[in-house]
Design a protein around this ligand. Structure first.
Ligand code: NAD
Length: 506
């Protein structure tokens, strides 16, 4: 059984910027003596003063006692040279994101610290293997990828490069646990788990905007109200910075040998070129200047409430809508056989399966309205619908009237394959599945990472399993066919899940 770095051991943090200061605070709070070093004179002292201010305000808010804060601060010390870090059992570097700078730093540290000292890096995009290469003991280098703000965010990705010794990764893992975090083990790969799996959240969002699915405010509202995400992709990149987000996308794109799946959005590139970087420049997808307002998401007007609906087959994850209909006094006639659709007068309503409503309508010769996936159909406050070309206003009004009667706001988007939440989930699950397939991390760890690192309402694999692997797979296959793009190729891991289920039930 490997143990954590013992509480009395000294921890060194190199780089006293946003992340370094947060990590130093965390380690000192966990009881370690912490040495903080920055190449810019005064930076470490300034960072410690900043930590003191933050901790003192937590005393005012009653979250900590003054004695506790005093004890934490007494353990923090600014180091004036790298040589002062000699006593550290663990060094965590959080200097600029530059391979050459970090490699030079590790080479220098190797000559200063003890034989057993672990060298950890907080890099968010560089290869742990490349960072360790050239050192006399590359096996002691490990990624400890904290999230901002480090004292608050629970996830730490413990990243093993090709040479990382198992014991070193285990010690880093147990140390993160001892510091109150929820670490996961990750094998070195571009973007690690969180930044890799999250790519399609932005990628599909930008594509939907570029394809005219809806405006940014409406799409954000759908991600929140239907998908259960805390923020939509546009408000989130405005917060992160469009340039910072684009840099991550570009680095994953390049590191994956320009796999077209990760192609940066031309729309985002143009916004960055224009200097519309988000909140920090006062304008991104939204205007943060004086008088700048967040537009309201588009909503459909009310339509007539139907007296009855006829359901053919099972609606899968959308089944709870039928209970809501009954509660609303709408008669639900049910026929057990059928593909899972609702007849609403002459309108056919179905949950998106990755095929556009117009294509369904062309096949069936009837007006078709599709609706998007919701995280929870019972509680979702909004539902997105898309109408086939041949739908008349009355068909659309019938669909809107039904959903309004079920207590949902209704937003119509352009008729695009897979709509918003379904398409994004399919791609998130596909990315997660690929990482699982390549043994980058355990499926449960990937899900945990997405919930704890970026606050997704449910792990993508768990979510995909709940709504059915087949639905995800079909959605991807339909997207691949509609767009004729390799981008939507389905991970073998997802197909294997389906075969396994068929085997179990067969
Ligand atoms: P930052 O710019 O706030 O801080 C970097 C600090 O490192 C600066 O104070 C700088 O003076 C110092 N520095 C630069 N070169 C140095 C050297 N050779 N020796 C000692 N000090 C040096 O950056 P940050 O946002 O804290 O990011 C630091 C690292 O953490 C990067 O690798 C970044 O990718 C990673 N990271 C950042 C975030 C985030 O949200 N900011 C999240 C996770 C990981």
């Amino acid at each position: 059984m490997m143990t954590a770095i013992p509480g009395e051991a000294t921890v060194a943090v190199v780089g006293a910027g946003t992340m370094g200061a947060g990590i130093a605070q965390l380690a000192a709070t966990a009881g370690h003596r912490v040495l903080l070093f920055d190449s810019r004179a005064d930076a470490a002292a300034e960072a410690i003063a900043g930590i003191a201010r933050r901790l003192e305000s937590s005393v005012e808010k009653g979250r900590r006692s003054a004695a506790e804060v005093q004890a934490i601060l007494s353990r923090l010390q600014a180091a004036s040279s790298l040589a002062d870090l000699a006593p550290a059992a663990l060094v965590i570097e959080a200097v600029v994101e530059d391979l050459a700078v970090k490699r030079e730093l590790f080479a220098a540290l190797e000559k200063i610290v003890g034989e057993r000292t672990i060298l950890a890096t907080n890099t968010s995009s560089l290869s742990i293997t490349a960072l360790a290469a050239g050192l006399s003991r590359p096996g002691r280098v490990v990624g400890m990828h904290f999230f901002n703000p480090a004292p608050v965010m629970p996830l730490v990705e413990i990243v093993s490069g090709l040479e990382t010794e198992t014991g070193v990764a285990e010690t880093a893992f147990h140390t993160a646990q001892a510091w109150g975090k929820e670490p996961i083990h990750v094998r070195n790969t571009p973007g690690f788990v969180v930044n890799r799996v999250a790519r399609p959240f932005y990628g599909e969002g930008f594509r939907l905007l570029a394809e005219g699915a809806a405006d940014a405010a409406t799409l954000d509202a759908l991600y929140r109200d239907c998908g259960g995400f805390r923020m939509g992709p546009f408000e989130l990149v405005d917060l992160i910075g469009l340039d910072v987000n684009l840099a991550v996308t570009r680095s994953v794109f390049a590191a994956c040998h320009f796999d077209r799946r990760y192609t940066p959005s031309p729309l985002q590139e143009e916004m960055v070129a224009a200097g519309r970087l988000g909140r920090k420049t006062g304008r991104g997808f939204y205007d943060y200047g004086e008088g700048g307002e967040r537009p309201e998401p588009a909503s459909e007007p009310d339509g007539p409430v139907p007296a009855e609906i006829t359901v053919e087959g099972h609606l899968g994850p959308a089944e709870p809508l039928l209970d809501l209909a009954r509660e609303a006094g709408i008669a639900v006639r049910w026929q057990p056989h059928g593909p899972g659709l609702v007849h609403l007068g002459e309108t056919v309503l179905l949950m998106t399966d990755g095929i556009a409503a117009s294509e369904h309508a062309a096949r069936q010769g009837r007006p078709v309205v599709t609706f998007d996936l919701c995280l929870d159909f019972t509680t979702a406050g909004r539902i997105a619908i898309a109408a086939a070309d041949r739908c008349q206003p009355a068909h659309l009004a019938a669909a809107a009237g039904l959903f309004r009667a079920l207590g949902k706001k209704v937003t119509r988007i352009a008729d695009l394959p897979g709509m918003v939440v379904m398409r994004t989930l399919a791609m998130l699950a596909n990315e997660a599945a690929d990482l699982a397939h390549h043994g980058i991390a355990e499926p449960e760890a990937i899900d945990l990472a997405m919930r704890k690192g970026v606050n997704y309402p449910r792990g993508p694999l768990d979510w995909a399993r709940k709504i059915g692997w087949l639905r995800i797979l079909e959605c991807l296959d339909h997207l691949a066919r509609s767009y004729g793009e390799e981008r939507y190729r389905c991970s073998l891991w997802l197909r294997q899940r389906l075969w396994q289920e068929a085997h179990r039930h067969g």
